[in-house]
Design a protein around this ligand. Structure first.
Ligand SMILES: NC(=O)c1ccc[n+]([C@@H]2O[C@H](COP(=O)([O-])OP(=O)(O)OC[C@H]3O[C@@H](n4cnc5c(N)ncnc54)[C@H](OP(=O)(O)O)[C@@H]3O)[C@@H](O)[C@H]2O)c1
Length: 255
């Protein structure tokens, strides 16, 4: 029997790349996002190139009723082997002033949608004794960045959520990954100016994630540069840097 992979946020960037690499491995797909034309175009490309079946689910996953519809579709099938909870975005601004709808949207996507779809997919994976859930977090899960409070904390939640389920499911053959990329070239990052060495490509991030998911559960941080950064952020030095930044801010506020 063919296996199916579900990818949310597949209309562009990292999600579209997950769909491409999974189709190349022979998975049928269910791809979800709001932009129907993008999804249909990708579905045609993958069906022609790899001979896989692709079902398009063009919806806003922040809406509880459509989220439930996708969850029930996943639950109704017995062939979902990979779920990639990738849909998401970063909306910034000081929290007392930030756009409420955009902020709540991050909770709806990064927390509620990921939690609901994972719950829908796991029972069949556990019953089969294999499968993987990849939750798209970020390296910012290991930092706290003023101006990106909910982005950082919802990504941190995804890391904790993934680790906790991974512990619960140890020995079942089902792997849970928190994927934590650094800056990756996607539409969402257009116009951002950064030193070249900080940029990752969608191809390398997705390939690293799928390789790691085959090996087992865990936190996947693609590239040596970002592994080093995460190591520093999680060490006492990370705490010290954060304390120094806050102290500088308080000093400035007093002046
Ligand atoms: N690029 C980076 O540097 C980077 C680093 C770390 C983590 N990430 C994470 O990677 C994920 C993908 O980001 P990306 O960089 O690939 O950006 P992107 O190209 O903008 O992709 C975001 C995807 O999420 C979908 N999406 C957004 N809101 C949605 C909604 N309400 N309902 C359904 N789908 C929705 C978008 O589709 P529609 O607009 O068609 O709905 C799109 O397919 C995000 O979770 C992001 O936080 C990115």
């Amino acid at each position: 029997m063919k296996s199916t992979a579900v990818v949310t946020g597949a209309s562009s960037g990292l999600g579209a790349e997950f769909a491409r690499q999974l189709a190349a491995k022979g998975f049928d797909l269910i791809i979800a996002a709001r932009r129907r034309e993008r999804l249909e175009c990708l579905a045609r490309e993958l069906e022609q190139k790899h001979g896989v079946a692709v079902q398009v689910f063009a919806v806003d996953l922040t809406k509880p009723d459509v989220l439930e519809e996708l969850a029930r579709l996943i639950q109704s099938r017995s062939d979902v082997e990979i779920l990639v909870n990738n849909a998401g975005y970063g909306a910034g601004g000081r929290y007392d002033q930030a756009d409420t709808e955009r902020q709540m949207g991050m909770i709806a996507l990064h927390v509620t949608a990921a939690a609901r779809l994972t719950r829908a997919a796991l029972p069949q994976m556990v019953a089969r004794g294999r499968g993987a859930v990849i939750n798209m977090a970020s390296v910012v899960a290991f930092a706290h960045l003023p101006g990106s409070t909910l982005y950082c904390t919802t990504k941190k939640w995804l890391v904790d959520f993934s680790r906790s389920i991974a512990d619960e499911l140890a020995g079942t053959g089902v792997h849970i990954q928190a994927l934590c990329p650094g800056f990756t070239r996607t539409e969402a990052m257009e116009g951002k100016k950064l030193p070249e060495f900080l940029w990752l490509t969608c191809e390398e991030v997705v390939a690293a994630s799928l390789r790691a998911a085959e090996r087992g559960s865990g936190v996947c941080v693609p590239s040596f540069t970002y592994k080093l950064l995460v190591f520093i952020l999680r060490s006492p030095l990370g705490g010290l840097l954060s304390w120094a930044r806050m102290a500088r801010k308080r000093r400035k506020a007093r002046m």
